[in-house]
Design a protein around this ligand. Structure first.
Ligand SMILES: [Fe+2]
Length: 400
């Protein structure tokens, strides 16, 4: 393992990445090459376990750059299998930032129950839906229900796009009494379904923390100590069928996610539309029954100094309604200081690693970037082109 990381680090540093000089999108392009070279090494037999597992994962399935990883060993206590699964996930996060996880042990009926009730929620009147906000909507991150009030492209500093064609219902820190009290009363059973699904995800979250520790060579328990149970959110994203989207409008504009790992359950009735940008090409994320899509967020990418990639992705407008269930894992507690770890943690001469940042500060800024009112909220509206460009660079560098 150590040799693998040293190899990756040498290539990475050889690309001349510098926290203070190069934005993370440019770094992502460099690290895609690392991923490819690593995978070439896997294919050459230098790292036989990931290569074998990768081939197994895709056997009989349409060829895709996106790795499909059976993570059941991480949940079943299989030591050797856990190591292989963790290595596969780490290689996928370094290569594309995305993986499809199978074997998650989350009961299919729990997911379908939540999906059915969530769909019923969004089919209600606006009056009933906004009742969950107990008055006026304060916008994304501040009120549970938002209707066309998100602008994902702003997460990459693009303030030119129409709002995304999505309505969402989000509950944060579901482990707290306050969050549970906000859960919707209608339709009957939705609140219980949200809590039951979130509870089922806890085993998966612990398994993914262990996978990340194993995959990047951290001490066991390092992430588990920082990522407390009950921290994660659950977001139900409903994409209504829209005949004529506005010019440039997406179901979700091109963006990178903000936190640790996104854990996404696609709509089996209409899974298409999610794409990741690789080498300037948009690649479809493949769909498999009972699987979860995992992708690296900005905080985890920053935490690993770019070794794991927060890939740019988007959701295209396509015919038919679609409902995604979105949660997360590997999200450190608000008070944790984020200091880089992993094979890219040490800066080379002339380079600079991202400075430590308190997790809650990072989260607050990223959350506000979703809101169409971000520029006016932050006082940046009306500033000159040079200042706006500086702001965009800071956003793309995950400084904010
Ligand atoms: Fe996303």
């Amino acid at each position: 393992m150590h040799g693998q990381w040293t190899h990756a680090k040498r290539i990475w540093q050889g690309r001349g990445s510098a926290w203070c000089k190069v934005d993370f999108l440019a770094r992502s392009q460099a690290r895609l090459s690392i991923g490819r070279e690593q995978l070439s090494n896997f294919a050459l037999g230098q790292f036989s376990a990931p290569a074998g597992a990768r081939a197994m994962c895709t056997r009989g399935l349409p060829s895709s750059r996106i790795a499909v990883v059976d993570i059941s060993p991480l949940l079943n206590g299989d030591t050797q299998g856990s190591l292989i699964a963790a290595q596969n996930l780490s290689a996928a996060f370094a290569d594309t930032g995305f993986a499809v996880a199978t074997g998650t042990n989350v009961p299919a009926e729990r997911i379908s129950t939540l999906r059915t009730l969530a769909t019923a929620f969004f089919l209600q009147s606006q009056e009933v839906k906004t009742a969950v906000n107990q008055g006026a909507s304060k916008g994304y991150g501040q009120s549970p229900y938002c209707c066309m009030e998100e602008n994902g492209a702003q997460l990459l500093g693009d303030f030119s796009r129409p709002n995304d064609a999505v309505e969402s219902l989000t509950f944060r820190t579901l482990g707290t009494e306050n969050a549970r009290e906000q859960l919707p009363q209608s339709p009957l059973g939705l609140a219980d379904a949200i809590l039951a699904f979130n509870n089922d995800l806890e085993d998966l979250r612990r398994a993914l923390e262990r996978a990340c520790e194993l995959g990047i060579g951290l001490q066991p328990g390092f992430l588990t100590q920082k990522c407390h149970a009950g921290q994660e959110s659950l977001r139900l994203a409903h994409y209504p069928s829209i005949d004529e989207p506005l010019e440039g409008q997406m179901r979700y504009g091109a963006h990178v996610d903000s936190y640790g790992l996104t854990v996404l359950n696609l709509d089996p009735a209409n899974p298409g539309g999610l794409q990741v940008q690789i080498d300037d090409e948009w690649i479809d994320i493949p769909f498999f029954e009972d699987s979860f899509v995992l992708n690296v967020g900005a905080l985890l990418s920053r935490w690993t100094n770019g070794f794991w990639k927060a890939a740019v992705h988007r959701v295209l407008c396509k015919p038919g309604a679609r409902l995604s269930i979105v949660s997360g894992a590997v999200k450190p507690g608000d008070n944790e200081m984020i200091e880089v770890f992993g094979p890219c943690a040490a800066a080379s001469p002339g380079q600079q690693t991202p400075p430590p940042i308190r997790a809650s500060d990072f989260y607050a800024e990223r959350m506000s970037l979703h809101r169409p009112s971000y520029l006016s909220e932050s006082g940046a509206a009306g500033q000159d082109a040079a200042d706006l460009q500086k702001l965009q660079q800071d956003i793309r560098s995950y400084r904010i």
